[in-house]
Design a protein. Structure first.
Length: 202
């Protein structure tokens, strides 16, 4: 979309930022999600009250990484991009600085979203996705129409994504605290062979 609204150069900045920040964190998030999903499904079958405890452990482990994903680009983004990629990519560092909060919260929210899968909160999942799409496009378009500025428009997109990921974390926290509506709500999932939560849970 940045390529349509602005041009190839700006699209290149966004694409590079996403490859450097979002792609690696997404891979890590997928791995964490699979472990969290299996552990949550297994433990909640035995004791539905365990869901809040498992969620809290996962959140404590995700938070430091998510905060690092936010803080490092905000502090060093333009400098690091210019140093390692050349001064012509300093603008991409500005983009990284702007979108870092959204990417960091996405890293935290992604694995925790498995709570909605395990407890089959399909309506809540669809609602959160719809709110994210509408708010992101709406705010981004509104800023673009008002300013026509590339970085300000990216800030609008990032703000919308950050708010919706924060909302998703809050929704999953409430869901984990409440547990399943019925024991039949708990989905069966494969537990990963090596579980980073196991030591702390047992």
């Amino acid at each position: 979309m940045s390529g349509i609204w602005f041009g190839a150069e700006e699209a290149g900045y966004v694409g590079l930022t996403w490859r450097i920040l979002a792609a690696p964190t997404a891979l890590i998030g997928v791995a964490v999600s699979s472990v969290f999903l299996g552990e949550l499904a297994r433990r909640s079958q035995d004791d539905p009250a365990e869901s809040a405890r498992i969620y809290s452990i996962a959140l404590r482990r995700l938070l430091p990484i998510g905060l690092a994903i936010i803080v490092l680009p905000v502090v060093f983004g333009p400098w690091a991009f210019a140093l390692f990629l050349g001064p012509e990519w300093a603008e991409a560092g500005q983009v990284a600085r702007i979108v870092a909060p959204a990417i960091g919260l996405s890293f935290i929210a992604g694995p925790l979203r498995q709570v909605l899968v395990v407890f089959e909160r399909h309506r809540m999942t669809l609602t959160l996705d719809a709110v994210r799409v509408v708010l992101t496009l709406g705010l981004g378009l509104a800023v673009y129409e008002q300013t026509g500025d590339f970085l300000k428009t990216m800030a609008g997109f990032s703000l919308a994504l950050t708010l919706t990921y924060a909302l998703e974390i809050a929704a999953t926290w409430v869901t984990a605290r409440r547990g399943p509506r019925r024991r039949e709500d708990i989905s069966v999932a494969q537990t990963a062979s090596e579980n980073p939560f196991e030591e702390e849970l047992d």
